[in-house]
Design a protein around this ligand. Structure first.
Ligand code: AMP
Ligand code: GLY
Length: 468
C-alpha cells in the first residue's frame, strides 16, 4: 500500500515509521527535509503543506492509495477536502470539521448546542467593557485565549502567564483590538491529560491516555510550548487517572462526534481531547483535530500489532477494523531536545551529533523534528522542537531513565526537561489529584454540570500501584 504523509515534523516521522512497520510505501509532502522522513520515503516533495493543489498534484503523480495529514495548518487550509475531491482517501477532517480545533468559539458552542457538559465557565466578550464585566463576574482565576490556532502559545493562564487580573484583561483587550475573537475561561485546577482517538463513520477508537508537558522549563515553569515531552502508562491510564475518569473523557469524545454528525459534519481522522482531570471529573480544555505532538509519538510507538496502513485506509474510507486498533501494554516517555532558549528566544543553528545506533541499541528510538541533515550522524537544530527520544519500559520512570541514559549518545548544545517521567514528578501529580479530591477539600469553584466520575477517585480503578 502506498501512503502520502503530509507534514515534516517528529509526529509525521513517527507516523511514517508506523506505516513502514506495516511495510507500506511512504511518500512525503512537506516544507522541510526531515532526515527521518527522508530516510523512510520512497519520494518526497518540498512544498507548502497547506497548498492543496500542489499536495494533490504530488499525490496523483505518485498514485497513492491514501493520505494522512499530520499538522493542523493543512487541515485548517482544507487540504483534506482537496485530497478527497481528488478521490484520494484521507485521514484528516475537512476544514469544516477541523473547526473543532481551529475555532475555540465553535468548539465551545458545539458542546453547548448538544448539551455536552464538558466546558468550564466560558465567555466570549466582544467589547473592552465586556472584558472587564466578564472578569469581575468570574470572581476567580481565569484564562485568556485567542479564538484561532496559536500553536499552544497564545493562551495566558492566571498564576502562570500573569499574576494580576488586570494584566489578563489588558491581554484580552489587545486581542480584541487586533480584530480577533477572544475567550475568557474559568481556570481549571487539576492534572491535564490527552485522550486521542481514531474517528470514522462507524465509531470512535481510543488510544492510550498520555500526559504532555507544555511548559518550557523544568518544574513546569516558562511559557507554554507545543509540548516538551510526554509519557504514557502500560495500562493506557495514567498514574493520576483512574479508569472511570478516562471512560468519562472517552464518552465526551463520543458525544462530541455524535454532535458533529447531527449537524451534518462527518469526521474521518484523529480527534484529540485535551482534558483537565479536576475534583469533579474530566473537563475539556480543547480539542485538536490531529495527533498530538509529542503525544502522537507515544501512541504511535505503541502501535505495533496489526497493519497500520490498513487501519488508516479504513478510517479514510469510513469503516475501521476494530481488531487493528491495538496498542502494546508498555509505558513510554518522550523527551524533546530543543535549541537553547526555546520557549523564549530560541537559538537555532547548533549541531547535534547523534549516535543513533547506540541509542537504538539502548532500547530508545530517535524521532526527528525541526532539524536538517548536516553530515553523517549530525543534524542542525532549527528554531523549534528538534529531536524526540522515545523510551519504553514496563514502568514510566524506567522508560524515563532509559531516555536519560541515551542522552550520553548525543553531543551538542540543547535543552531537555529532565523532570519528565521521573518518580518524583509522577508522585507529585498523584498527590495533587488526591488533595483536590480528598473529602473536605475546598469545593471546586467550577460551575460545572459535568457528571461526577462514576467511581471514587482512589478505588480499584486507579493505577497508582503502577508507579513503581
Ligand atoms: P489550549 O490551546 O486551549 O490547549 O491551551 C493551552 C494550555 O493552556 C492548556 O494545555 C492548559 O495548560 C492551559 N489552559 C487552557 N485552558 C485552560 C483552563 N480553562 N484552565 C486551566 N488551564 C487552561
Ligand atoms: N502537545 C500538544 C499538541 O499537540 O497540541
Amino acid at each position: 500500500m502506498k501512503f502520502l504523509v503530509v507534514g515534516g515534523g517528529a509526529r509525521e516521522h513517527a507516523l511514517a515509521a508506523a506505516l513502514a512497520r506495516a511495510e507500506a510505501t511512504i511518500v512525503v509532502a512537506s516544507a522541510n527535509a526531515n532526515p527521518g522522513l527522508e530516510r523512510l520515503a520512497r519520494a518526497s516533495v518540498r512544498t507548502d503543506p497547506t497548498d492543496g493543489a500542489s499536495v494533490v498534484a504530488f499525490a496523483r503523480a505518485q498514485g497513492v492509495d491514501g493520505a494522512v495529514i499530520g499538522p493542523e495548518a493543512p487541515l485548517a487550509a482544507g487540504v483534506a477536502d482537496a485530497l478527497r475531491a481528488a478521490e484520494i482517501p484521507t485521514v484528516g477532517p475537512s476544514r469544516d470539521a477541523a473547526r473543532i480545533e481551529t475555532s475555540k468559539v465553535f468548539c465551545r458552542a458545539l458542546l453547548a448546542r448538544h448539551g455536552i457538559a464538558a466546558s468550564p465557565k466560558v465567555a466570549t466578550p466582544t467589547t473592552v467593557e465586556e472584558v472587564d464585566r466578564t472578569i469581575a463576574g468570574f470572581g476567580g482565576p481565569f484564562v485568556v485565549k485567542p479564538d484561532g490556532l496559536t500553536a499552544g502559545k497564545g493562551v495566558w493562564v492566571e498564576g502562570a502567564d500573569f499574576s494580576d487580573p488586570k494584566e489578563g484583561a489588558v491581554y484580552a483587550k489587545s486581542l480584541l483590538l487586533q480584530g480577533g475573537r477572544v475567550l475568557i475561561e474559568e481556570k481549571l485546577e487539576g492534572e491535564e491529560f490527552s485522550q486521542m482517538a481514531f474517528v470514522t463513520d462507524d465509531g470512535v477508537y481510543p488510544m492510550p491516555a498520555v500526559q504532555d508537558f507544555k511548559r518550557a522549563r523544568e518544574g513546569n515553569l516558562g511559557g507554554n510550548t507545543g509540548g516538551m515531552g510526554s509519557y504514557s502508562q502500560r495500562d493506557h491510564l495514567l498514574p493520576f487517572l483512574p479508569a472511570a475518569d478516562r471512560e468519562a473523557a472517552i464518552d465526551l469524545v463520543h458525544r462530541t462526534v455524535a454532535g458533529l454528525r447531527a449537524e451534518g459534519i462527518p469526521y474521518r481522522g484523529i480527534l484529540y481531547g485535551g482534558f483537565m482531570l479536576t475534583a469533579r471529573g474530566p473537563v475539556l480544555v480543547e480539542y485538536n483535530a490531529r495527533f498530538g505532538d509529542p503525544e502522537g509519538i507515544n501512541a504511535l510507538t505503541l502501535y505495533e500489532e496489526g497493519n497500520f496502513a490498513e487501519l488508516l485506509l479504513g478510517i479514510a474510507t469510513g469503516r475501521a477494523d476494530p481488531n487493528l486498533v491495538r496498542f502494546r501494554l508498555r509505558s513510554t516517555v518522550v523527551k524533546y531536545l530543543v535549541p537553547p532558549g526555546y520557549g523564549d528566544r530560541p537559538q537555532p543553528g547548533g549541531l547535534l551529533a547523534i549516535d543513533e545506533g547506540a541509542i537504538e541499541a539502548a532500547g530508545v528510538h530517535v524521532v526527528y523534528g525541526s532539524v536538517e541533515a548536516a553530515g553523517p550522524g549530525t543534524v542542525r537544530l532549527g528554531s523549534s522542537r528538534g529531536v524526540a527520544l522515545v523510551g519504553e519500559a514496563s514502568a514510566i520512570h524506567e522508560a524515563g531513565t532509559r531516555v536519560e541514559a541515551a542522552l550520553r549518545f548525543v553531543r551538542g548544545e540543547y535543552y531537555v526537561r529532565h523532570d519528565i517521567g521521573t518518580k518524583d514528578d509522577l508522585a507529585r501529580r498523584v498527590e495533587h489529584l488526591r488533595q483536590l479530591r480528598a473529602p473536605g477539600a475546598k469545593p471546586s469553584p467550577l460551575p460545572l454540570s459535568v457528571a461526577p466520575a462514576a467511581a471514587p477517585p482512589s478505588s480499584a480503578g486507579t493505577s497508582e500501584q503502577l508507579l513503581d
